[in-house]
Write a protein that binds this ligand. Structure first.
Ligand code: NAD
Length: 496
């Protein structure tokens, strides 16, 4: 049984905690490791180590920090199969999807390599006679990240590489449900040459997170997870005068116009809704058919029946089990509520079982039609392999539906009309929009820009916004006296 270590001051250490949380393999519910709940002393040591490391790390030239990221990127690529395997075993994701999770994180490391350009300030010469103004982008200090179970590689990699390349040090608190992948990422980061204390990893739950949120030495908090926890973290972090960015839950709609390419729509809807067992914050969970495309739902039925879950190394498996028995029960309750509230369950995955893996957290692809706004399956984030189909008469009605929804993470439209696509991208009140692209997760030279209940804060993850989030701007106004400049007191606020 693996006892998950902490990373404190460059050492992987066994926690002295007496409290542990089981990490289970979702395909059979076997306990594969135990996550310690870090003691207060360990939390304090991790934060102190990050604080001390900051004093030297902030002085390391940005080019050297960038080279650390180059070495890290190479190591992540070399080890992608091993990381993918660990990730598959603790999340149940298929091997291909697990490697996709790592790959999307590697792309952020590649962005962090660009830090010398990303940290460029601004200059204006001669803002007043012989006076120049220029700005520098400087690191903040110790930053922290609290991450969810569903992308144990990508989401930690959204955070610490950008923060560290910008000159900060970091304390990561990964999900207790799948800590082995983040620990492997941390191991490779040390191997790439990260100085001790630049990255620390602690484990635990609410109490450990509170320590991070309340600690005066922590300057910025990044969080990704569910809405209630995101709201709590945003409120607590800002109450303690910290910068915070909290990415939360979602309910993503795809609009299908009658002129869309039917084959593309059907394939994209299946993959984007049930892929990764629907445990993606950008998964499509609502398909809104506009006009006469009602019969398209019929064509989804055989496609939904064709894709079946399986174990991670089965190449025919479309997706894996849910993360936990609790997550499965939650999804089954939603499916039951859909049936009870009058939605038509066209494909029902609630009874799915995989022979030989009866203890796995399986839910098969589930397709509902006739879903209405008042139903729980429409209002709540299901986070399972369930697609809800709805029908409206016009694009305006579809926009009204989406804009009235509390969430604003992602949305997409399938159409052959530029005019419809342009109207949609302009009027929809959602932060990430796909046009004939079902899951529009931006690459890391842009930022991940959820809106409304899907995000609390102002500066988003990765891209230029992350550099601003993890830094301060210092603006210098400088004059070098020349002999012929008359001196004497200036009694005004103006530069002269
Ligand atoms: P979660 O909110 O249960 O947990 C996220 C993190 O918060 C974990 O590290 C956990 O240990 C910690 N945590 C849990 N309860 C806490 C508490 N009471 N106080 C302090 N910390 C606490 O989320 P999850 O189930 O791991 O992840 C799934 C959720 O994350 C979904 O809602 C999904 O939509 C969301 N998500 C959002 C995005 C995004 O970019 N918007 C991306 C991925 C996942």
């Amino acid at each position: 049984m693996q006892n998950v270590p902490l990373l404190i001051n460059g050492e992987f250490v066994r926690s002295s905690s007496t409290q542990f949380i089981d990490v289970t393999n979702p395909v059979n519910s076997e306990v594969i490791a135990q996550t310690p709940v870090a003691t207060d002393a360990e939390m304090q040591q991790a934060i102190a180590s990050a604080k001390e490391a900051f004093e030297t790390w902030k002085k390391v030239p940005v080019t050297e920090r960038s080279r650390l990221m180059m070495r890290y990127q190479a190591l992540l690529k070399e080890n992608i199969d091993e990381i993918g395997k660990i990730l598959s075993q603790e999340t149940g994701k298929t091997f291909a999807d697990a490697k996709g999770d790592v790959w999307r994180g590697i792309e952020v490391v590649e962005q962090a390599i660009n830090m010398p350009s990303l940290m460029m300030g601004e200059t204006v010469e001669n803002v007043a006679r012989s006076i120049d103004t220029y700005s520098y982008v400087q690191p903040l200090g110790v930053c922290t990240g609290i991450t969810p179970f569903n992308f144990p590689a990508m989401i930690p990699l959204w955070m610490f590489p950008m923060a560290v390349a910008a000159g900060n040090t970091f304390v990561l608190k990964p999900s207790e449900q799948d800590p082995l992948t983040p620990m492997k990422l941390a191991e490779l980061f040390q191997q790439a040459g990260a100085p001790k204390g630049v990255l620390n990893v602690v484990h635990g739950g609410r109490e450990q997170v509170d320590t991070l949120l309340e600690h005066p030495d922590i300057k910025a908090v990044s969080f990704v997870g569910s809405v209630p926890v995101g709201q709590y973290i945003y409120q607590t972090a800002t109450k303690h005068m910290k910068r915070a960015q909290c990415f939360a839950g979602a309910k993503n709609h795809t609009v299908i116009m009658p002129d869309a390419n039917k084959a593309q729509v059907i394939n994209n809807l299946v993959g984007a809704s049930v892929g990764a067992a629907g445990q993606r914050c950008m998964a499509i969970s609502v398909a809104v058919f506009v006009g006469s495309s009602k019969e398209w739902v019929e064509e989804l039925i055989p496609k939904f029946k064709e894709v079946t879950p399986g174990v991670w190394d089965d190449e025919n498996a479309a997706f894996g089990p849910l993360i936990s028995a609790q997550a499965k029960e939650r999804v089954l309750n939603f499916i039951q509520s859909g049936k009870d509230q009058g939605a038509k369950c066209l494909v029902d995955g609630s009874g799915f079982e995989l022979p030989g893996y009866e203890k796995g957290n399986w839910v098969g692809p589930t397709l509902f039609d006739g879903v209405t706004k008042d139903m729980t399956i429409y209002q709540e984030e299901i986070f399972g392999p369930v697609l809800c189909c709805m029908h409206v008469d016009t694009l305006d009605e579809a926009l009204e539906l989406i804009n009235a929804n509390e969430y604003g993470n992602g949305t997409s439209i399938f159409t052959g009309s530029g005019a419809a696509a342009r109207k949609f991208q302009t009027e929809v009140e959602v932060g990430q929009v796909g046009i004939n692209v079902p899951i529009p997760v931006p690459l890391p030279f842009f930022s991940f820009t959820g809106w409304k209940k899907s995000f609390y804060g102002d500066l988003h993850a990765y891209g230029k916004q992350a550099v601003r989030f993890y830094s301060e701007t210092k603006t210098v106004t400088a004059r070098w006296f020349e002999d012929d400049i008359p001196s004497g007191p200036n009694m005004t606020i103006n530069l002269s």
